[in-house]
Design a protein around this ligand. Sequence first.
Ligand code: AKG
Length: 295
Amino acid sequence: MTEHSVTTMRVGKAATRPAPPFTPAPPPRPTRDLGQAKRDLADLGVCVLADALTPDALNRVRTQLYAAAGEDLRFDRPSGGKGADYDPANQRVWGLLNRGQAFIDLVQHPASVEILTEVLGPDFLLSSISANITGPGHGGMVMHCDQLFVPQPWPEKAQGVNVFWLVDDFTEANGGTLMAPGSHRQMRAPVAGQDEAALVPLEGPAGAMCVMDGRLWHKTGRNRTTDQRRAGIFGWYVAPIYRTQENWFLSLNPLVLQSRPSERLLRMLGYRVEGMFFGHVNGYEPLPKDLDYRA
Ligand SMILES: O=C(O)CCC(=O)C(=O)O
């Protein structure tokens, strides 16, 4: 869950008027066809691109993620459990860009960049990237949508997009994300309790990429297994007029900047702002192109 949705969860608590009942569409079928995935995203507010990661890439992501998660537990690093969605059986791993090249590659995956550019425009920003690992006994999250911070009435188009990667197989039993396909067209936040009935589990194989419209109602499912952890990596992207969830200028390890990051990555983190009204430093680029910042 994104921090903003924790802090604004009140939106879903008290409905002054009952909202009209909503019947969800069936969840999208995993597809390898990017065109079909884009159509699903438009129609259902969610799509699943199967085999988006090669077995090697998945292996790298998985190894680096569970290593980072293990390190956080060993050093007793907080998993960011400030909101109502966390319980001791759930681990959030934050700041993944500092934790391995696999994650830097992930946020720039060509299929996700293509979708993000179409939905949010070419200047989209990476708001945060974190992993959510549900362990046996995890009780499920609070139902929400990710663009809760956007003042209502919402603009016609999604203001944010959550691209998430299935690091393990997602099943109904191990806490696969619950979602309400089609709910993006309701143009409102879900009401806790009232709208829960619309949730259906998203199941899919590890290596798939799932894309959710920022208006889509969803939450982590309950993990009813006794022995399975389920990890997903959530890249939350926003249109460039929004403040990012992560303050990259303070939290990004300078070594990442010294490691020849792509122009695409620099732009999605706000280090390149050419042609934009936001994010300048005294009227100039935060990271001038001719500055040898790698020295
Ligand atoms: O863990 C999940 O399945 C969902 C996480 C989520 O809802 C979020 O990060 O906004």
